[in-house]
Design a protein around this ligand. Sequence first.
Ligand code: ZN
Ligand code: ZN
Length: 414
Amino acid sequence: MVSTSLPTISQTESSIRLAIRALQPQLVEWRRLLHQRPELGFREHLTAEFVCQKLQQWGISYQAGIAETGIVALVSGSQPGRVLAIRADMDALPIQEDNLVSYRSQRDGIMHACGHDGHITIALGTAYYLSQHPELFSGIVKIIFQPAEEGPGGAKPMVQAGVLRNPDVDAIIGLHLWNNLPLGTVGVRDGALMAATELFDCTIQGNGGHGAMPHQTVDSIVVAAQVVTALQTIVSRNVDPLQSAVVTVGSLHAGHAPNVIADTAQMRGTVRYFDPSLDEFFKPRIESIIAGICQSYGASYGFNYQKRYPPVINDRAIAYLVRSVAEAVIETPAGIVPDCQTMGGEDMSFFLQEVPGCYFFLGSANSDKGLAYPHHHPRFDFDETALGMGVEIFVRCVENFLIPNGTPDGTSDR
Ligand SMILES: [Zn+2]
Ligand SMILES: [Zn+2]
């Protein structure tokens, strides 16, 4: 792809929007390039190379190779001050793209079907703009390019590698392009935005035999059916009705013939919830249901439980900051969607466990242009107008959080 030269950006604060609009062709170019060469989690080598090349070109200092392919860039303001981190995830999904656009994925079976190509682009656009305008802020903007959000999770190893320290991060923000919301809207709220994600698998060991002689067997299918039904009572009978939670059995396999009683049944499922106080609740409750039912039928079981991501919990003050900035950028309070919680999970939560911050959704669907397929769909694509909006929201958050010689808006009570 032919690279065009970057526009000269005006120095005045009031011209931020115009300057970012002028950057739009480059944002689209970067996003489409990234879209054409998607890479799976912890293998984002070419992606990381592209990011580093841009940072180098703009004279932005960075460290690469953190948690395999992660990168941390530091953009300094004209004066010393606090540190605001911006997080972008970089990985694609094992999906065959069905779009026929000129910039479709050139890798069979791999696709940026969640919009992370857009996240990288927005973070790069923000880095570029801020590097050209150190006078807009005091302190440091730390931009974290994270691998493997879709799994197995790159945020935790990046936190463990110390990306929130040296310099220590005071707050963190991040966004997800969101096709569940139309272009021109922003989903932002304080408290829980996305759910904890936990996984379990269970093998029920019965005793197989002839389908006509059940009295000689322990039927693992009958036991499994009881377990699946009983697990549904956890949310309906054990969790406070004013709380939200999900227990889903998404996979159940047993048997291979109509006249054979299955020896074993295997099930796999997921648990979702918002309230961190439920952290220790589901695993023992699920296991006690499995154990009790198996015991009553004379079956045995194996059980594995995996906590993947904690819930995404936004800090009130930083959410307020993002909300005020977003209102100004989209120019309509009606475009702010506070009722935007989802039971989906995100490993942004590991950063938010360490420092106060806000993760938010940037509406990117445009049904008039046929850009409204859901995330992880083979025809997922988004309205690229959202790229510039994302940069503008990040830049204005920086301006407002890292005010030169000033007190940050909305964060004085932290
Ligand atoms: Zn995704
Ligand atoms: Zn995603």
